[in-house]
Design a protein around this ligand. Structure first.
Ligand SMILES: Nc1ncnc2c1ncn2[C@@H]1O[C@H](COP(=O)(O)OP(=O)(O)O)[C@@H](O)[C@H]1O
Ligand SMILES: [Mg+2]
Length: 160
């Protein structure tokens, strides 16, 4: 099975070589547990180690906030954008535009290999308060959240 590496030694070992290529992965955790940082590193490593184009769809942090967060780890997102290896798409949920249609256009045009949506919670919450257009776009996400086997307690994976 073809695997997509995080480029993070311990995680790639825990995932036996990475995540299966083409899979969707939900990263779950409370505020401040490092979800966005992990996503940034996943994209950064994909671009710098494997030359894979990356799209970061952000509904919470602006590009400037992401640049700042990345720079505290010494990661230069602007340089990757200039090399056309990274695109940051800020999606303002209060605009009430059609999320999937907009993302579809960017994906077809930019053709990224790695895509992050940060966060799903913002999108599904926006639906609940009625800020978004097409209800059916997200009904599957809400079903998955309900039946998800993901444990609610965080587990720490140790690797040697
Ligand atoms: N692996 C890590 N090592 C050190 N600091 C981290 C790590 N991951 C995240 N942080 C720090 O923790 C804080 C919260 O991280 P963030 O990725 O924004 O969390 P979340 O997206 O889950 O809310 C940030 O200040 C970030 O720099
Ligand atoms: Mg975050």
């Amino acid at each position: 099975m073809e695997k997509t590496k995080f480029g993070i030694q311990g995680l790639d070992k825990a995932f036996e070589g990475g995540i299966p290529t083409g899979n969707l992965v939900l990263i779950s955790g409370g505020a401040g547990t490092g979800k966005s940082t992990l996503c940034l590193q996943f994209l950064l490593n994909g671009a710098t180690l494997f030359g894979e184009k990356a799209l970061y769809i952000s509904t919470e942090q602006s590009s400037e906030e992401l640049y700042k967060q990345a720079s505290s780890f010494g990661w230069d997102l602007v340089k990757l954008e200039e090399k056309n290896l990274l695109k940051i798409l800020f999606f303002d949920i209060t605009r009430g535009a059609n999320f999937l249609a907009e993302v579809d256009v960017v994906i077809k045009e930019f053709q990224p290999k790695r895509v992050i949506i940060d966060s799903m919670t913002t999108l599904t919450d926006a639906l609940i308060i009625g800020g978004m257009g097409n209800q059916s776009d997200f009904s599957l996400v809400q079903v998955i959240e309900k039946v998800s086997p993901i444990p609610r307690t965080e587990q720490i994976i140790f690797t040697n």
